[in-house]
Design a protein around this ligand. Sequence first.
Ligand SMILES: Cc1ncc(COP(=O)(O)O)c(C=O)c1O
Length: 425
Amino acid sequence: MRRETIAIHGGYDVDPTTKAVAVPIYQTVAYAFDSADHGAALFNLEVEGFRYSRIANPTTAVLERRVAALEGGLEALCVSTGQAALNYAALNVTQLGSNIVSVPQLYGTTHTLFAYVLPSQGVTVRFAASDRPDAIEKLIDDNTRAVFCESVGNPAGNICDLEALARVAHTHGVPLIVDNTVPTPVLLRPIEYGADIVVHSLTKFMGGHGTTLGGIIVDGGTFPWKEHARRFPMFTRPDPSYHDLVYVDHFKEAAYIARCRSVYQRTTGAVLSPLSAFLLLQGIETVALRVERHVENGRGVAEFLRRDRRVEWVNYAAFPDSPYHALALKYLGGRACSLMTFGIKGGFEAGKKFYDALTLVKRLVNLGDAKSLACHPASTTHRQMSADAQRQAGVGPETIRLSVGIEHVDDIIADLDQALAAADK
Ligand SMILES: Cc1ncc(COP(=O)(O)O)c(C=O)c1O
């Protein structure tokens, strides 16, 4: 099936018990056992079935199958937010003393997780000087356990050369983990280019309506954990926290998600609620249509800004003079996402006036909503970063980030135009 169809039908036909056509909301904590032996068999993973919704839930399971199919992956685990997904994805491959090598262009809270929170637990993150594969390769050593990037950086708009990054990661025996929140699998499927693990904030374009937080980790099922057993003993040695189960033996190519679920989801519980899973499924049904309009409107807005004498610069990868244009052609079919940054003449003060004058476009910190949204990263999402780290992440003091929505493009442009006029006074 093509992506448009998977977004509507993936992972679900009709409800097996009631024949309901819409995915039912299984608002339950637990599931009854037929007998003591049945309960024991479920806990021994000898039979399939649900036990407790901190581990798995039938509504959430549909969302997991659907996004796994959209990404061309094997298995997925839904969690409560994109940040929880990033945390679990990293913890699942690391141990005390190991490190992850990351590109510098990251969403601000991911940078905070990597720069401060993981190190406080004994896992360091090495930030490369750029997203170039040679800059990443330089930092990989014996203790590296993954290479990390955002396929399209928020807000930098850089497009990572996933094929080259995957090659570098695999040469050194580690997986490539990609946050694919900004393009969504409608525009880009990192697993097709060699990525091993894909992470999403479902809160953004996937859910698409700014109503529901959610995250997901998708595993392509191809990384050879056994071959790299020295680096990844967590998959190849008996796990005392789960009756000495050996994940690669029991779950084969599905070991990564099985361990993430049994170890991190089960014991630390950043669970997505069934109602949230239902709402996100509703959003995903239209993701292909919405993204198409987001992209079209994004182009209209970027062209308007570029033509306007009051605008100093526009960062938009589909412009032929963008340093990422070739990668936009390769990975996004020449399209650019509807997330873009720009700076207006007059710097920080003019930018502030512009921001305050917006009426249709909402001032907030979110992206990927049907509504057009604007954010000032330096004072909000990227505030915790040093000026240098901000610059590397594509954030200047004057930078405005736009997430162009799916309203009529003329209405969006009219709002930007009047706000530019207010700033120009
Ligand atoms: C690229 C990216 N990844 C992850 C996140 C975190 O997502 P959530 O808010 O669902 O935790 C965000 C949030 O803006 C993001 O932009």
